[in-house]
Write a protein of this length. Structure first.
Length: 169
């Protein structure tokens, strides 16, 4: 299902055919360093990840979307909304494949996700970023997110930055 298009990108629901790309993306060094190991370590795990994503679409009406480059039709990353148990509103998440970085795709896809959040009548978005992920912290500020706090939100002993974005203004 198509979610949004931008000048250079298409955001759509993740499908079974995306499992191989997700396996590759979720095991890139930057992903593992800044987002963490999500257990997508083989094709079977990637296929299970796709199934969980499809369940989240049904449960919440949103989740992560596949970001495709319009010009080539190639998958370039993921961007979307995640409802975490420890947050009181959905948070925006994004990861761009290393071959597509430094093209502004994270910013462009995140703007599309913010527009989508307005379309589905969300009132607020959150964002989390590891302290050492300077690129994401800068990007969130550039998108208009306000820094809220640095705290151990998950209760795992690791502090992360929390940002807020009011969709009603």
């Amino acid at each position: 299902m198509l979610i949004k298009t931008t000048e250079r990108l298409t955001l759509r629901h993740i499908e079974a055919k995306d499992a191989e790309f997700l396996l590759q993306l979720y095991n890139q060094p930057a992903f593992l360093q800044y987002i963490g190991d999500r257990g997508v370590n083989n094709l079977d795990a990637a296929e299970q990840f796709v199934e969980r994503t499809l369940e989240h679409y049904k449960k919440y009406g949103f989740w992560l979307y596949l970001v495709e480059e319009k010009a080539s039709g190639q998958p370039a990353g993921v961007s979307g909304l995640i409802q975490r148990d420890y947050l009181d509103a959905p948070d925006i998440g994004f990861a761009i494949d290393e071959q597509f970085r430094r093209k502004g795709y994270a910013f462009e896809s995140a703007q599309a996700v913010i527009d989508h959040a307005r379309d589905i009548a969300l009132k607020e978005l959150l964002a989390i970023a590891s302290l050492d992920n300077q690129s994401s912290n800068k990007l969130l500020t550039r998108l208009g997110f306000d820094f809220a706090k640095c705290d151990d939100l998950e209760g795992n002993g690791e502090k992360i930055n929390l940002y807020r974005f009011n969709l009603l203004t």
